[in-house]
Design a protein around this ligand. Sequence first.
Ligand code: HEM
Length: 442
Amino acid sequence: MTTQDSTELELGDIQAGALMPRPHPYAGAYLALRIDDRNAGRELLRRLIPLLDPVDKFDPARPVSLAVAVSFAGLQALGVPEESLATFPAVFQQGMAARAADLGDVGDSAPEHWEAPLGSKDIHLVVTALARDTSLMESLVLLAEDAIRDLPGVAPIWHLEVHVAADGREQFGFSDGISQPTVEGTGILGSNPLETPLKAGEFVLGYEDETGVVAPVPQPEVLGRNGTYVAFRKLHQRVAAFRQYLAEQAADQAEQDWLAAKMVGRWQSGAPLALCPDKDDPELGADPERNNAFMYGDDPRGLKCPMSSHARRMNARDAVITGQVQLHRMIRRGTNYGPSLPPGVLEDDGADRGLMFAFVGAHLDRQFEFVQRQWINDGKFIGAPAETDPLIGGFENREFTVPKRPIRRRVQGIPNFVVNRGGEYCFMPGLRGLRWLADLDT
Ligand code: HEM
């Protein structure tokens, strides 16, 4: 590790798709490609690079955008030399399926149940296409398909259409995508004015991070610098089971809404419990100036927002927990896939619906994997070893405590509401890194 000073961020090299906020609302698609012939793979990169925006050319008014990420198997398929491959972190080299036990991908979420070809060594490139609406989206997918045409050595093997609704709600009915970290040096405002911006090295390779050092960058430098890691997960949501569970636990709709809000840490409108613990405030929920301007320090017992709620687990802000919050933050992109379950329906209709989750960060192990292991599937860090994340913790028969006076409320027998249908770890190089890959002559 080196302790050199971080220099100014090279915003002309970092892919906009890594750091920039997405349009809202939007339609999108994830396309996975297999490279059968390395020269065809390199030619595809040459065709894609001109379609990618760097951060400093990013125009929020631009209606469409693409981003490109490569798995470890993809780097191998492109012919990246051994001495370079060996400089990538071990967990990335192994891929997400091999990390299943650590990530809590067991039972229904275990790789043997994943949707093919997810989890196989065939996922080489992942192209993310985003557009403001569905018709633009179709033209964007055509553009990406055009780039692949007459390249028989590259095969599109999987795709998923995703969308973010105008009201920003995910499939359980909650407003999502509200809270993101601020990244120092990007000029992108975070959503919480009370949080200190995080060092760029938490999200982009080649810069100082929150530990005060520049972490090792995959070599050669031109490939690794300005890159970042992305963890994709296709998370199926058991919406009917979620509603049924709430209905069983609560006497009426108001109590169901209350319990669901306690599990999430926000009301459905997005209003945080930290600011309105007892009653939803939709105006607050819809106000981006206020809906993330809060900390938890004045609520050490979780009487407003339970320590074990999803949002508080995922970012405990200034609350006292075991460990340091700023070492485990992430940029997070969640998009819905599949039809929504109509309001009020309690029976599962068999449709595949959920959230295509994407983590972005420079440290797969101490950010994404740590969060899966300690903050989602355990509770020791908040002094509740028997609890997991009540919304997304990956096991059956779980419990959740709502601190409350005079006595707490504890619910038990919580089923697993979220099943991982598959995913992969990818590296999202900077534009120079992509060019280096395209120009390989091995
Ligand atoms: C189907 C799965 C999931 C659903 C339905 C879901 C839902 C939500 C909702 C409703 C919020 C509150 C809105 C916001 O603050 O933006 C939220 C926040 C968050 N979620 Fe999730 N989430 C899911 C999976 C995950 C996973 C797998 C991770 C991490 C590995 C994660 C990390 C976060 C983080 C970091 C926040 C922001 C916390 C904050 O800064 O206050 N979520 N999620």
